[in-house]
Design a protein around this ligand. Structure first.
Ligand code: SF4
Length: 495
């Protein structure tokens, strides 16, 4: 049943509605259904604001139009007041036919035209950015503005910091006026559709599908996907062919109901079998082969890192991972006592040299170095040596000694249905060992990065909070390497 539309479709609503009308409807009618903004999301917003502020420096002398104004009508009135001054406007607001936009930067060109600049903290123009800016152009033109060109300003991934940050080099304005021409035709029609969907009394019926994960992972999956059984077909590993959606369409919800000979690949077939038997599928020969490749002393090695769009130190590109912490457990022989070593940077100074010095001090000269998803650890130390060549000989000498503990799980040599199609250590650990992250104040990698950034970069972090973060980080990283020891012990028991 439809009622008269009184819903204003903002940029974010337009993008949400383009992904799923049920998602859009819920934004208007059941706001409480959305989880609170967590720290990770807040950090992404903060990064966006930082890049947004930097972009404004490239259009100097402008007016901040709607700062601190949240109401639609007030921000439009404020824009009206200043638009005749023909200077860059930051966040001016426009409305047309119930579509509402705030433009990141509106830059005057020629006598009476304007350029729309949408600022993004990604490193390239994405499809959803084009839809976003096409919608902005439609609303601005509908509101009477002459738009001469549209740009997406994004991070230049080739920028390397040397000395002071140079916003004009860090950011690239890519013209997309041509790219959005084809999209422009569908905008008015979609706006009408979204207005209609918003005004429905009941939520639109939308089946779950690939749209739940793209372009953004939907925050409502916890609700829409909860009808799925214990081992759902959505667990299928690397399901590039979208078999999960075919099964759901045929009302096959559980992996246990997928008939034999359904054309699953070898790993998916292992998942089906494991779900049916309710316990792990184990390829003892493959695991034995893996274990035979280990040579003592074993060095269990884990790195924590952080990244920023605007590189904080010299020699770095945007979003380059910067190692700030490691944990190392050394075991001299099977079952022998573990020795633990760790490093955690103290301040916001470049941690790379101290990190490498301490690492070289504690890693034994022989034996294998065990990491989980070892390419990450290898890449970090290689990058450190690129910038600090004094460490190159050591890095060259250890790269061949790495063993990746992810391998038996990525190859499905061991697979338990409770891993739900994932080989991450957080999924593997609970099915193999008693080690538990749940009681820790920091219990996953992205939380560790955020906590570190808060500890050393945020001037408002109190001494007590810093001490608590430090303790949490040390505890978490140490558990990461201890977890590897436990996983390895458990694998040995299996064979
Ligand atoms: S989980 Fe999927 S179906 Fe549910 S609202 Fe989100 S995108 Fe729509």
């Amino acid at each position: 049943m439809a009622a008269t539309s009184s819903y204003t479709i903002s940029k974010s609503s337009f993008i949400a509605g383009s992904q799923c009308t049920k998602l859009l409807w819920t934004k208007f009618h059941d706001r409480d259904a959305f989880p609170e903004v967590d720290e990770a999301k807040q950090a992404i917003f903060n990064q966006g604001h930082e890049i947004g502020d930097m972009a404004k420096l490239l259009y100097p002398g402008g007016i901040e139009v709607a700062e601190g104004i949240y109401g639609y009508a007030e921000s439009i009135a404020e824009t009206d007041k200043v638009i005749s001054r023909r200077v860059p406007l930051y966040e001016p607001a426009f409305e047309h036919n119930s579509g509402f936009v705030r433009v990141d930067i509106l830059n005057p060109t020629g006598e009476d035209s304007w350029e729309i600049i949408e600022v993004k903290s990604g490193t390239r123009v994405k499809d959803q950015n084009l839809v976003d800016i096409a919608f902005q152009k439609h609303v601005c033109e509908g509101a009477g503005l002459k738009v001469s060109a549209c740009y997406i300003m994004h991070i230049n991934s080739n920028y390397v910091r040397e000395g002071e940050l140079v916003p004009a080099e860090l950011l690239i304005a890519e013209e997309v006026s041509e790219d959005i021409k084809d999209l422009s035709g569908m905008i008015p029609e979609r706006l009408e559709e979204l207005k209609k969907a918003s005004a429905q009394v009941k939520s639109p019926e939308v089946k779950i599908g690939s749209h739940c994960n793209a372009p953004y992972e939907c925050e409502l999956k916890y609700r829409c996907w909860k009808f799925l059984p214990e081992y759902p077909v959505t667990d299928l590993y690397r399901d590039t062919k979208g078999r999960r959606w075919d099964f759901l369409e045929k009302k096959i919800l559980s992996l246990t109901d997928v008939p034999e000979g359904s054309g699953l690949n070898a790993k998916q077939e292992i998942q089906r079998k494991a779900a049916n038997q309710g316990h792990a599928e184990v390829d003892k020969l493959a695991i034995k082969d893996f274990l035979d490749g280990l040579e003592y002393p074993l060095t269990f090695f884990d790195i924590e890192s952080f990244q920023k769009a605007a590189p904080p130190y010299d020699g770095l590109r945007p979003y380059r991972q910067i190692p700030f912490q490691f944990s190392v457990h050394v075991q001299d022989g099977p079952g022998s006592e573990l020795k633990h070593f760790e490093f955690l940077a103290e301040s916001n100074d470049d941690p790379r040299a101290d990190f490498m010095e301490k690492l070289i001090e504690v890693v034994p000269d022989d034996g294998k170095i065990v990491a989980y998803n070892a390419s990450f650890e290898k890449s970090r130390i290689k990058e450190c040596a690129e910038y600090l060549p004094q460490f190159q000989p050591w890095v060259d000498s250890v790269l061949d000694r790495f063993v990746d503990l992810l391998v038996p799980f990525r190859n499905f040599s061991y697979y338990h249905p409770d891993q739900h199609g994932s080989a991450s250590i957080k999924k593997v650990l609970p099915v193999l060992a008693d080690t538990d992250y749940s009681g820790l104040s920091i219990n996953e990698g992205s939380a560790a990065s955020l906590a570190f950034v808060e500890m050393v970069f945020d001037p408002e972090t109190t001494t007590e909070r810093k001490a608590a973060i430090r303790e949490g980080l040390l505890e978490y990283c140490a558990l990461d390497t201890k977890a590897m020891v436990d996983v390895l012990d458990a694998l040995r028991e299996k064979v």
